[in-house]
Every structure is written in structure tokens, then in C-alpha cells.
Design a protein around this ligand. Structure first.
Ligand SMILES: Cc1ncc(COP(=O)(O)O)c(C=O)c1O
Length: 378
């Protein structure tokens, strides 16, 4: 069984994708251009954002957004302690100081009330807090309204790291378009993935949009007039062409993912009732796109569970085994165990199960049976 079956997905759309790629090859236009513009427009329609900027990856999307907000040395940016490393890495790349606010134990996303406390603490310590990167983890949006309101009252920017959540909704609104800036990733295993690296920034602020577009090409406003220091952060035409094909089927794939998640919920509910695991909790105002179907293992050693599942041909993954503040590049900040108890607990307990739009019912039953075995064995 595959954890995410990208080959199966390719076989479904093969003819259209092959044709789209060959068209780009024949066009001789490989970076930005019409395909990227068409994708930007299509994703504006999809998210209801006014503007979209195709970029080379989710990481570069975050980096460019932070640059557009003027983040640099002396500034503090708050984020979640439980995410992929790129979220904090981009803050550090710009010489700013990362700070963290612990997660809600059910959604694994930042908890607004803890964020408020953290902002106050940093302000009292005389820190120059510039903004917040909020991650919508596993495909479910964080409580963006509360976070946006809180940050607006403090004059802080908010970036939604929607790298895992394109296709999700929050109170009926689309992930990626829930704050001043949203960033998504087209890494192959994401809900909408390309055949390499790629990403997109969304905003409805025209000034920011123009700035982001300029930063994406070395700060060049045209004909080698470099107004800012930017980066090479452009999206390839081939990736855009592939994404335009996949986007046609994305709504259907989101539904299939949600159906698969419901099937898992039903298959695994008994294990939850017995107290062995916790199923994904989706807040009533959210619809998840289930970038991951991640459970919490409560009564067994997680590695042991993984080994048993592997013996039954069930691949699993841990997103993520470490809370960000304890990773080596952050050691200089001196965080100690116990500073972020919920992120630490999650890092020790979470386990992601095979999940993609085309997972078979029989495969999910196999996963559930293997899990049952893992909890029966001593
Ligand atoms: C939460 C989060 N942020 C940022 C990224 C970075 O995206 P990319 O791999 O496209 O650079 C990812 C994806 O891997 C992610 O999951």
C-alpha cells in the first residue's frame, strides 16, 4: 500500500497532463508566462482572493511574504511550535527572531487565547513583535477570525501558512484567503500537488501584490531596474500547466478525501471509544481537506505501533516528531522541555495514516485491522 499514491493519480489524468506538458515544451516559454498567469487567475477564482502570485515553493512563498512585511533583524515573528520546519526557517533566514505560541490539543493549531498571552509577554519584555504566521495543519484551518482580530488590535500582520490546507474552508471561506496574506505549497504530496516544487501566495491587497510580484523576480520593476533585494522565486510553466489540469478535478478529489476520512472515522471509532487513540477533531466551522489523516496514539508506544503496521504493509508517517523550538538551529533561543507542553505531547503521539483521494475502501479496512492488532498485542 502507498502512503500517498501519486502514480495512481497520474494514471487517471495521464493523457491530459502529458499533452499539457508537451504544449509547454513546444512553446519555448518555461518560466512564468501564460500558464502561470492562467493558474493564478484560476486559483483566485477558487479561493476568492483578488490576487495570486505563483512562486517556486511554499517555503519561498512564506519568505517573500515576510520580506514584503519588512521582517528582518530586531523583529519578532510568532508562530506555532508544531509545524514543518519551513514555517520557522523563513523567519530565521531573514535574521528575525522566532517566538512560539502553543497549540490547541484537539486541532493541533495555534490557540488564540495562548497567542494573546504570548504577545503580551513579548511586549512586556520589550520585543518588537511584527506579526504572526498561523499554520492550518493537516488540512484544517486555525481559528483565523479570532487570530486576525487579535492581531489587528495590536497592529500585527497575519500570514496564513496554508501549505497543507488549500481546498479547506473556514466558516464557509476558503483557506489561503483568510488573512492579509496566505501561502500554499504544490509539493507533490499536498492536496493540490505538482510534479516538482511550486507554491502560490494569495492576497487581496493590491500594494502588497505588486510588491510580492517584484520581490519574486529579484526586486526588478522591469529592464534590470532593481528596486528591492528580492529572490528568484518564480513558478515554472510546466508545473502551472500540470496544476491547471489537476485543478479541474480538485473539487472532486477534496470530496473523495473527505469521504475517505469519514470511512476512517467509522472504522476506528471503537479504538477511540476504548481510549487507545484520538481521531482527528474537525471544528464545527471547518471543513478539512485532510492533507493528512492524523491520529493520536495514547496507550501504546508509537514506534511499536508503526512497526506492527509496517508488518501488515501499512506505511505511516509522523508529522512531526519534534516540536520546532527544540530543533538544533533554535538551540540559541534556550527553550526548555515543558515550555510548549501540547506541542511536545503531539510530537510524541501523532501518527499519520495512508490518505489520498484514491485510497480504496479495502485498503482502509486493512489499515484499521492492522491498528486493531497493534492494540491487541502486548
Ligand atoms: C506547513 C508547511 N509550511 C511550509 C511548507 C513548505 O512548502 P514547500 O515544501 O513547498 O517549500 C510545507 C510543505 O512542505 C508545510 O507543510
Amino acid at each position: 500500500m502507498e502512503f500517498i499514491d501519486l502514480k495512481k493519480q497520474y494514471r487517471k489524468y495521464k493523457d491530459e497532463i502529458d499533452r499539457a506538458v508537451l504544449d509547454v515544451m513546444a512553446s519555448g516559454r518555461f518560466i512564468l508566462g501564460k500558464k502561470v498567469e492562467a493558474l493564478e487567475e484560476a486559483l483566485c477564482r477558487f479561493t476568492d482572493a483578488s490576487y495570486a502570485v505563483g512562486v517556486s515553493s511554499g517555503t519561498d512563498g512564506l519568505l517573500l511574504s515576510l520580506m514584503a512585511f519588512g521582517v528582518g533583524p530586531g523583529k519578532v515573528v510568532i508562530t506555532t511550535p508544531f509545524s514543518f520546519f519551513a514555517t520557522v526557517e523563513t523567519i530565521m533566514l531573514l535574521g528575525a527572531e522566532p517566538a512560539f505560541s502553543d497549540i490547541d490539543p484537539h486541532t493541533y493549531n495555534m490557540a488564540p487565547e495562548l497567542l494573546e498571552e504570548q504577545i503580551k509577554k513579548l511586549e512586556n519584555a520589550g520585543k518588537d513583535v511584527a506579526g504572526v504566521i498561523v499554520v492550518s495543519l493537516y488540512g484544517q484551518c486555525a481559528n483565523m477570525d479570532e487570530i486576525n482580530q487579535l492581531c489587528a488590535s495590536k497592529g500585527l500582520f497575519v500570514i496564513e501558512d496554508a501549505c497543507q490546507s488549500l481546498g479547506a474552508t473556514y466558516k464557509g471561506r476558503k483557506s489561503g484567503n483568510l488573512s492579509k496574506v496566505g501561502v500554499t505549497s504544490f509539493f507533490p504530496s499536498k492536496p493540490l500537488g505538482c510534479f516538482g516544487d511550486g507554491g502560490m501566495i494569495f492576497t487581496s491587497d493590491e500594494k502588497l501584490y505588486i510588491h510580492l510580484k517584484t520581490l519574486r523576480i529579484h526586486g526588478d520593476i522591469g529592464r534590470y531596474q532593481h528596486r528591492y533585494v528580492g529572490i528568484n522565486g518564480r513558478l515554472d510553466a510546466i508545473q502551472a500547466a500540470i496544476l491547471l489540469v489537476k485543478l479541474k478535478y480538485f473539487k472532486n478529489e477534496i470530496e473523495l478525501r473527505q469521504q475517505a476520512a469519514n470511512r476512517y472515522d467509522n472504522l476506528l471509532r471503537e479504538l477511540e471509544q476504548q481510549g487507545h487513540i484520538e481521531l482527528p477533531y474537525i471544528a464545527p466551522y471547518c471543513q478539512s481537506v485532510y492533507a493528512q489523516y492524523t491520529i493520536r496514539i495514547k496507550t501504546r508506544n508509537r514506534q511499536r505501533v508503526q512497526q506492527i503496521l509496517e508488518r501488515h504493509d501499512v506505511p505511516t508517517a509522523v508529522h512531526y516528531p519534534n516540536a520546532l523550538p527544540y530543533l538544533e538551529p533554535l538551540a540559541y533561543l534556550g527553550f526548555k522541555k515543558g515550555d510548549f507542553p501540547e506541542a511536545e505531547r503531539a510530537a510524541n503521539q501523532v501518527l499519520s495514516l495512508p490518505m489520498h483521494a484514491f485510497i480504496e475502501e479495502s485498503e482502509q479496512e486493512q489499515v484499521a485491522e492492522a491498528l486493531l492488532r497493534a492494540f491487541q498485542s502486548r
